[in-house]
Write a protein that binds this ligand. Structure first.
Ligand SMILES: Cc1cc2nc3c(=O)[nH]c(=O)nc-3n(C[C@H](O)[C@H](O)[C@H](O)COP(=O)(O)OP(=O)(O)OC[C@H]3O[C@@H](n4cnc5c(N)ncnc54)[C@H](O)[C@@H]3O)c2cc1C
Length: 378
């Protein structure tokens, strides 16, 4: 089967790799560089932490397990950081709500526990206990973070070895429909014919065609990530502090985010303006990790979340167009390795995977289409 995968982010790379392993003749068509979309602007925390309902939690657990298997398969990959997450309740946040969530996660079989200050000091000695105050502290040992661009690159390098054609710097490719069927894509390299087209272009997924029945309603939001210069702070875990979220980002740098600061930027906010906001975010992080000192932001990245309007993934055929499949999702870093396996199985073996049943894109085109929800970092 000849298949075109549009988009070489973490989702497209996983899909192309699994399709190639399954014997398909795959061409990946990428508008720009490998991994240079939202995947390069992600906090990249792998977790199922606040994921509800149960089907969405299970899908994310599938992602976490698939990440471990991928790490074992590519031990030289260097993208895997699995020391867990520490989190504490925000001031004013109900202690019971926090501890109930930890309890519920344990009931669902998740590695979740309440820890004391002494244990926090063992796990993250650079965190100032005063920043935690009397809040309950959670530790989630199976979570971690990854380098999404390294994953996309490694999988596509392997895919090319398996015979995949990788076309980058193509500009925005367009879906070609003929005789009521998707028959390929048009891009800078020309028309690429295919039996099947998989759209993995994330927040750009509706721009490949003007046909409204093929669109997934999106509610994209902007996210800002502040990167410090190398600092004397050795964070091993993802730190979900009440003040901000942060983790290491290699070579002594930290990456920091917070909901409020997401709202201070837009996708095209000038770098100098965004850096001023990022400096404030670094100062907030220094309240939690004092050894950050007076460091400022060395870089800032602004990403757009590929967010279907109800906040859940949209994975599958859409608009009754034969030969066409869409995969657009937030939490795509956590989910991508599992989605790659599920999607390849659906397309190559023709199986309908139960795991994806609640997340079909056509839910948006039915009479009782889900309403958009306010977005929350998860
Ligand atoms: C600030 C922020 C924090 C996040 N934190 C987390 C987190 O902690 N954990 C988590 O799991 N997820 C997180 N996410 C979400 C996650 O990063 C995304 O869900 C994921 O990166 C989406 O990957 P993708 O491959 O679908 O999209 P992308 O990485 O955007 O890839 C799509 C690719 O398609 C290409 N493209 C676009 N249009 C076309 C076209 N017409 N033709 C060909 N190619 C095209 C683009 O150039 C791009 O390379 C976060 C996102 C943001 C913005």
């Amino acid at each position: 089967m000849k298949i075109v995968v549009m988009g070489a982010g973490i989702v497209g790379a996983n899909v192309a790799f699994r399709l190639a392993e399954g014997g398909a003749k795959v061409t990946v068509v990428e508008a720009g560089r490998v991994g240079d979309g939202t995947s390069a602007r992600s906090f990249a925390w792998t977790n199922a932490h606040r994921k509800t309902p149960r089907a969405y939690y299970d899908l994310n657990i599938g992602g976490m397990l698939a990440h471990r298997a991928l790490r074992d398969r590519f031990p030289q990959g260097g993208w895997w950081h699995d020391a867990g997450t520490v989190e504490w309740a925000a001031p004013g946040e109900d202690r019971d709500v926090f501890t109930d969530r930890v309890e519920r996660l344990r009931d669902w079989g998740y590695a979740a526990e309440i820890i004391d200050h002494a244990r926090l000091r063992e796990i993250e000695p650079d965190i100032d206990a005063a920043a935690v105050a009397g809040a309950p502290i959670g530790f989630f040992s199976d979570e971690g973070w990854v380098d999404p661009v390294l994953i996309a690159h490694t999988l596509l390098r392997e895919a090319v070895r398996l015979g995949v054609t990788l076309l980058t710097e193509q500009g925005p490719a367009r879906l070609v429909i003929r005789g009521g069927k998707a028959v390929g894509v048009a891009c800078a390299a020309g028309d690429i014919a295919a039996d099947f087209v998989v759209n993995c272009t994330g927040c750009w997924s509706n721009s490949v065609t003007d046909e409204k029945r093929l669109h997934v309603p999106l509610a994209p939001t902007t996210g800002m990530l502040a990167y410090t210069a190398p600092v004397a702070a050795n964070l091993r875990t993802v730190v979900m502090a009440a003040q901000c979220h942060m983790r290491a980002d290699g070579a002594g740098r930290l990456v920091i985010r917070q909901d409020h600061y997401d709202r201070t930027v837009l996708p095209h906010t000038p770098v100098e303006t965004a850096l001023r906001e990022a400096d404030k975010l670094v100062a907030i992080a220094a309240e939690v990790v004092p050894s950050i000192g007076k460091a400022t932001a060395e870089a800032v990245r602004i990403g757009v979340r590929a967010l279907p309007a109800d906040g859940k993934p949209a994975i599958g055929p859409i608009g009754e167009l034969a030969g066409y499949y869409v995969a657009v999702t937030h939490s795509g870093v956590t989910l991508a390795p599992f989605l790659g396996q599920l999607i390849a199985d659906e397309i190559l073996a023709g199986r309908k995977r139960d795991e994806l049943a609640p997340f079909r894109p056509d839910r948006f085109h039915q009479e009782n289409a889900p309403a958009a929800v306010a977005w929350r970092e998860d």
